[in-house]
Design a protein around this ligand. Structure first.
Ligand code: DHB
Length: 486
């Protein structure tokens, strides 16, 4: 940790420390107060990453109401701009391509907005040590959440109605915020940072294309894409990952696309991973909404596969009802009489989407993925985080398995959903587009189904033809939020 030479940081919300701002959306002027660069920990490791921006509709300072909310009842929308598990900056209200981003849109709907910056996997201290490896991102988000709870009586908005939002890696950590609330696992980290001593749980979660459940995601990826041996591999400059359209402030890194043909070794590894997936799924003992058990046989077929297909079929029927031209989607199987889509050819669907990552999609055997970089330590940049990849490592380095396997469990919401030691969010909205191959569609559905099986309210869908992106349906997102709050 770096020495803190700054004046003592107060974690008391200062209602006088703001700037008045206004932006016009659809000919309507949105007035708000901006409280920017507010530190959310008293002993930051990196003050440029551990602050948040808070925005409050101006009406709440004049006893006014917006959309039926007042300063006491307004929910707190908590979006992050995390992409690729990289460092992230706090979001700001903006008009992008003629449309309000989620922050500005939230203000127009009467929400208080609190958007934290977070440390990420490439952050370094001046001594060269890494300071943003896992679990830094979730620790920072929990610290920001604790700030909101600690200041609930003086700050506009209701800290018992915090709704998180994020896309891709940001969707993953949004889910993790929802699952891991108040878990003592994070307390030593929060205490070291001087976080407010307060609750870290949230009310609800919105997650777009969450790149989550990382230690099971390699198996799921091969269950989806095992037949595909030639594909376009997407790589970002500096080994960065595809940046989602998260409405953050960073310019997207340069993409390079490379045609890759898997060799026999890759194919063998794909087979090994996909063969492990049924056992993983079966152990979860998931159910559909009718209570039917979701299982896979050793070939990867069964009720779980039909369940995943049903989401895609449903999305295709919705797109068809809206008049979308589906002629290029030749994997869709129609009912001869009604023309409704009744099935998909699973292999052809996955061929159509194609893979964008080689087997070992997340824990790469060559230990060089963004996720390997996430699980580094203060002095080691990259590590394996699954036993399987560590056993099949192709580098000449020794000791490339994570030093502290507990940290891997702390990054996975599956370990907190249903745990009596955590306070889980009660509401989840999860989206994963049918054109996205950044993870297997099974992954977000598994997390959502687990939450649903626990009795939480889960709104899950796989919007048709949508690729790796988020915040594309803000009207519906905020309708859902209003519904669960009011
Ligand atoms: C993101 C994308 C990925 O493919 C991945 O593995 C991790 C994160 C992202 O866009 O945030």
């Amino acid at each position: 940790m770096q020495a803190d030479t700054s004046a003592k940081i107060s974690l008391a919300f200062d209602v006088k420390n703001y700037e008045s701002m206004s932006t016009t959306v659809d000919n309507k002027e949105i007035k708000y107060r901006a409280f920017e660069y507010i530190p959310y920990v008293a002993n930051p490791i990196d003050i440029d990453q551990q602050y948040m921006n808070i925005y409050v509709p101006e009406e709440y300072f004049n006893n006014g109401t917006v959309n039926g909310y007042n300063t006491q009842t307004a929910p707190i929308f908590m979006p992050n701009a995390v992409g690729g598990y990289m460092p992230s900056q706090a979001m700001t209200p903006k008009v992008e391509n003629g449309k309000p981003n989620s922050v500005l849109y939230a203000l127009s709907r009467g929400y208080v907005v609190a958007s934290p910056a977070t440390r990420g996997r490439t952050n370094k201290a001046s001594d060269g040590n890494f300071i943003g490896k896992a679990p830094a991102v979730i620790v920072d988000l929990q610290a920001a959440t604790a700030y909101l709870h600690a200041n609930d009586s003086t700050m506009p908005g209701n800290a018992n109605r915090i709704i998180t939002n994020g896309t891709s890696a940001g969707g993953a950590v949004s889910l993790l915020q929802g699952a891991a609330g108040n878990s003592s696992d994070f307390q030593p980290y929060l205490q070291a940072l001087g976080a407010a001593t307060a609750a870290t749980n949230v009310y609800a979660v919105s997650a777009y294309c969450p790149i989550t459940n990382l230690d099971a995601a390699d198996m799921a990826y091969e269950w989806s894409y095992k037949g595909i041996t030639s594909f376009n591999k997407v790589t970002m400059g500096q080994g960065e990952l595809p940046q989602a359209n998260v409405g953050g402030n960073a310019a997207p890194p340069q993409r390079t696309i490379q045609r890759v043909n898997l060799n026999a070794n890759d194919v063998a590894y794909s087979n090994l991973l996909s063969e492990h997936f049924p056992e993983y799924v079966n152990n979860l003992q998931l159910h559909d909404s009718m209570g039917r058990v979701l299982k896979l046989d050793k070939n990867g077929n069964g009720t779980f596969k039909n369940y995943v297909k049903a989401f895609i079929i449903d999305a295709a029927n919705k797109a068809q009802a809206k008049g979308t031209d589906l002629s290029k989607h030749t994997y869709l199987v129609r009912d001869n009489k009604t023309g409704a889509i009744k099935d998909i050819n699973w292999e052809a669907y996955n061929q159509f989407v194609s893979r964008s990552k080689a087997p070992g999609a997340f824990d790469s055997r060559s230990n060089d993925s963004g996720e390997n970089n996430l699980f580094g330590t203060s002095t080691t940049d990259n590590n394996h985080f699954t036993i399987t990849a560590a056993l099949h490592d192709t580098t000449s380095n020794q000791n490339v398995y994570v030093e502290n396997a507990k940290i891997v469990t702390m990054m996975n919401p599956m370990n907190y959903l249903g745990s009596p030691a955590a306070t889980n969010a009660q509401f989840y909205r999860i989206r994963y587009g049918t054109a996205d191959s950044n993870t297997s569609v099974a992954i977000p559905l598994i997390v959502g189904t687990r939450a649903q099986n626990l009795g939480y309210k889960v709104d899950m869908a796989t919007p048709f033809g949508v690729d790796h992106s988020g915040d594309y349906d803000l009207d519906e997102l905020f309708n859902w939020m209003d519904n669960i709050v009011k």
